[in-house]
Design a protein around this ligand. Structure first.
Ligand code: E4P
Length: 217
């Protein structure tokens, strides 16, 4: 499973990229707002750090507006992925932009039917939002599993990008189901390294090492 980092915080992206943990980046208008930076400037900086797909989201509501914004965003760098919402207008924009050879990430997906439409419109990525479904007492991972089944049934090449990931548990579940990509905040990716038995085992080893009186360096 590829890891995308769901943030526009450049320092955090750089830290994870140095460890080889970043296959791509996703941003959205809320994350750009949180960064306090200009969308083109911060996205260009991110594209200078990460070679993989970097999603930048359009904000127009009509297809022509999304297409114009998407074309503008793709001028930032060759690895820009245009992110459009899963509306009828977004599907039209997806078809045009993907037809022009641009990568397109169709976002705000909450049903298998929506994912099916995005695949038929030529989406490179479909972003089902796991956490936001969990928030309304549905199981977001069921959606990832359903889309995996639908796409595999018909051999669609659109990649399932599990989004709105809120926990390390979501990451392992997405990987077990076979999501192609998961995008998560840096804090969640770091949490994946944690296990209480690792901490307990390490403390016991160090206590015994202390008793030997030895040093390695
Ligand atoms: C990524 O593409 C999405 O914009 C993001 O994962 C949404 O996450 P949230 O539901 O935690 O805001």
């Amino acid at each position: 499973m590829k890891f995308f980092v769901d943030t526009a915080e450049v320092d955090q992206i750089r830290e994870l990229a140095e460890l080889g943990m970043v296959d791509g980046v996703t941003t959205n208008p809320s994350l750009i707002m949180k960064s306090g930076r200009d969308i083109k400037e911060v996205t260009a900086e991110i594209c200078g750090i990460v070679d993989g797909p970097v999603s930048a989201e359009t904000v127009a509501l009509d297809a022509d507006g999304m297409i114009a914004e998407g074309r503008e965003l793709t001028k930032i760098a060759p690895n820009i992925t245009v992110k459009v919402p899963l509306t009828w207008a977004g599907l039209k924009a997806c078809k045009v932009l993907s037809g022009e050879g641009h990568m397109v990430n169709v976002t705000l997906c909450f049903s298998a039917n929506q994912a099916l439409l995005a695949a038929k419109a030529g989406a490179t990525f479909i972003s089902p939002f796991v956490g936001r479904l969990d928030d309304i007492n549905l199981d977001g991972m069921d959606l990832i599993a359903d889309i995996r089944t639908v796409y595999d049934n018909y051999d669609f090449k659109t990649q399932i990008l599990a989004a709105s990931i809120r926990s390390a548990n979501h990451m392992s579940q997405a990987a077990l189901i076979g999501a192609d990509v998961a995008t998560a905040p840096p804090s969640v990716i770091k949490k994946m390294a944690e296990h209480p038995l690792t901490d307990k085992g390490l403390a016991a080893f160090l206590a015994d090492w202390e008793k030997t009186g030895q040093k390695i360096l």
